[in-house]
Design a protein around this ligand. Structure first.
Ligand code: NDP
Length: 314
């Protein structure tokens, strides 16, 4: 077993993880950051980021994450590729092992910043059509649907963002919204309303998907459980999920306190978790705000909390 020792291990490479890395490396803690399967996290699957302060003209998600990464490396963060497959937080130093089965990291303090992943509806045919029309990332897969009709499920900011992006490529975009209103910000709602080729289907749920090899359409039900209930068929080649996220905490079950939705519970208004010396930052501990800027902010807070912890517990 190859054992790497560090004073501060950061698990996760989104805005929270990289910001924690920038701060802890500048504090001379020589952090090791494990970057997982999707370096840059969810921002690498978004288009333009227009609400991160300091970029008046906007910036692409992947470019922003490249810059975060370069900044962390500039101050000496040791970035390692790999997925954490098990953790032992029962005593200090803490231990984690990576998916290569050969690397173990020993750390005096840990910052968990593993983020969250897109949710699926759980329809029987969803899995069958994954990569054949079903996707949770318009930026990644939208290109395949140029000039074709697609659907986006959800009524939040993500759904609006995905629908607006797809509207620039697809012939038509249906938004499938289960309530009679969009939860998204007024600005996003307005942009959706102004798009010529987006049709919002309110009070609508998806009951099935069909196609031969590739997705060809979706069966919907409108006004379910009311006298106006009716079925509706739409022909779509792409079906994009934008219905929220699940925190990436499977590996921490039993090791850290999680809430009912699986988010890491932090305490005392800080980034401290149920285990002294383990801290959490970003979406993995934030079911509410889930913004790049809030994730970056909490990465900074976790780094400062680690510094203070290591001063008291060298
Ligand atoms: P949200 O939780 O805000 O929205 C999820 C949407 O999916 C809701 O419309 C919800 O419906 C719907 N939904 C959930 N489960 C189902 C289901 N089983 N079937 C059908 N519909 C379902 O998630 P988002 O990912 O959109 O946003 C998360 C956070 O990130 C928010 O705070 C948002 O503001 C922010 N964000 C900001 C952006 C920006 O500012 N540029 C871009 C993207 C996200 P219902 O309303 O009925 O619950």
């Amino acid at each position: 077993m190859n054992t790497i020792s560090t004073r501060c291990l950061i698990i996760g490479a989104g805005p929270a993880g990289y910001t924690a890395a920038i701060y802890t490396s500048r504090a001379n803690l020589k952090p090791v950051l494990v970057e997982g399967l999707q370096p840059g996290g969810q921002l690498t699957t978004t288009t333009e980021i227009e609400n991160f302060p300091g970029y008046p003209a906007g910036i692409s998600g992947p470019k922003m994450m490249e810059d975060f990464r370069a900044q962390a490396q500039r101050f000496g963060t040791d970035i390692i590729s790999g997925v954490v497959t098990s953790v032992d937080f029962s005593k200090r130093p803490f231990h984690v092992t990576l998916d290569d089965g050969a690397t173990e990291i020993e750390a005096a303090a840990v910052i968990v910043a593993t983020g969250a992943s897109a949710k699926y509806l759980g329809l029987p045919d969803e899995d069958r059509f994954k990569g054949m029309g079903v996707s949770a990332c318009a930026t990644c897969d939208g290109f395949f649907f140029r000039g074709r009709p697609v659907a986006v499920v959800g009524g939040g900011d993500t759904a609006c963002e995905e629908a607006l992006y797809l509207a620039t490529l697809a012939s038509k975009v249906y938004m499938i919204v289960r309530k009679d209103y969009l939860r998204a910000s007024k600005y996003m709602q307005q942009r959706v309303a102004e798009a010529q080729n987006i049709e919002v289907l309110f009070n609508t749920q998806t009951v099935g998907l069909h196609g031969t090899d590739l997705l060809e359409g979706a069966r919907l039900v409108q006004f379910k459980g009311t006298p106006e209930e009716k079925e509706l068929e739409i022909n779509v080649d792409g079906f994009f999920l934008a219905i929220g996220h699940t925190p990436n905490t499977d590996v921490f079950k039993g090791a850290l306190e999680l809430d009912a939705q699986g988010y890491i519970v932090t305490r005392d208004g800080k980034t401290a978790t149920s285990i002294e010396g383990v801290f959490a930052a970003g979406d993995v501990a934030d079911p509410v705000y889930q913004q790049a800027v809030t994730a970056a902010g909490s990465g900074c807070r976790a780094a400062i909390d680690v510094e203070q912890f290591l001063l008291m517990n060298p």
